[in-house]
Design a protein around this ligand. Structure first.
Ligand SMILES: [Zn+2]
Length: 318
């Protein structure tokens, strides 16, 4: 159990092991790096080492099981769905002065730390400046630059890189029903993120992905069809950004083929037969890539996802 069970991320794991060995645990960590690559998983595993009865993240003792089950009273997790507001921050500032209930320590995970509002960040800052010694904060973010510098500068930074294809393939072979071929495909289209690969395990997600590719290729081309696809995608919530990443990778594949004529370099190999590679217009591809990137940017704000994706699809089907 413990870190041995988690594929990849050797650098962050070694750094964290060092803190454990020296029994010198910083009061605030900033875990940063691409979305969905396992930052929170590692944070939770690290917290197991802190709370475990044998300090080994054994997974068997009461504290380990409680952390795994999400019901350890000394582990507070705050997830920034829309924003992390002042109320949550004030509640936290009060709570951390209380002694932990069951453990000698308390761990606080602030997921999507970039969503801290200005007031919440200020309230948190005071706590980070003079924290009661038994608290350990884990700020997790995929948008490090958006976390206020005053907060960042008080944290020990731990950088996470995306997993490489071979590590991902190994994961899907070991932890899912995927066979060799499917694991290879999942590793290719998961953009370094296990979470993203797990999303594509669902047959209906793959089907929708294919429908988008067909639309791009000019098949079943109608506004009604595009609108229906956009509606389905809008309903997938977190899947939205994955479909955008897919669309981006599909257009990047077109660029790669156009410039190198090398089909082995394309990411979406299973869709090779869907596209007509002869008629790719570079100007259109480059414009569309810009447009997809722009859509990714505005998706961070509270917008109507259906309309936004519909607009994008109308553009890509020309
Ligand atoms: Zn344990």
């Amino acid at each position: 159990m413990g870190f041995e069970n988690i594929i990849g991320h050797e650098k962050p794991k070694n750094l964290l092991r060092m803190f454990l060995e020296h029994k010198n645990i910083p009061h605030a960590f900033l875990f940063y790096g691409q979305e969905g690559i396992g930052k929170k998983l590692i944070a939770k595993e690290f917290i197991k080492y802190l709370f475990c009865e044998t300090a080994s993240a054994c997974g068997e003792c009461r504290p380990c099981k409680k952390i795994q089950g999400g019901n350890h009273p000394d582990l507070i997790t705050i997830e920034g769905e829309d924003s992390i507001g002042i109320d949550q921050s004030r509640m936290l500032s009060k709570e951390i002065y209380e002694y932990p209930y069951e453990s000698e320590k308390r761990a606080i995970i602030l997921d999507r730390a970039e969503r801290l509002t200005h007031e919440a960040a200020n309230a948190l800052l005071k706590t980070l400046e003079e924290p009661p010694p038994f608290n350990h904060f884990f700020l997790i973010t995929s948008a490090e630059q958006e976390v206020p510098l005053t907060i960042r500068s008080r944290c020990t930074r731990v950088f996470f890189t995306p997993l490489v294809r071979e590590q991902l393939k190994q994961f899907f072979l070991m932890k899912t029903d995927a066979d060799e071929e499917r694991a290879d495909l999942l590793a290719r289209i998961s953009y370094g993120s296990i979470g993203c690969g797990l999303f594509w395990i669902e047959e209906e997600h793959l089907l929708l992905r294919r429908m988008i590719a067909e639309l791009v290729a000019g098949k079943n081309r109608s506004f009604v069809n595009a609108s229906l696809i956009a509606e389905k995608i809008a309903k997938t919530n977190s899947g939205f950004s994955i479909y955008l990443a897919f669309l981006l990778s599909l257009f990047r594949d077109m660029l790669v083929v156009k410039y190198s004529q090398d089909f082995t370099k394309i990411v979406n190999r299973d869709l090779e037969g869907v596209l007509d590679w002869q008629i790719i217009d570079i100007q259109w591809v480059e414009n569309t890539i810009k447009r997809i990137q722009e859509t990714m940017r505005i998706m961070r704000y509270n917008v109507n996802r259906w309309l936004v994706f519909e607009n994008l699809l109308f553009h890509v089907m020309r």
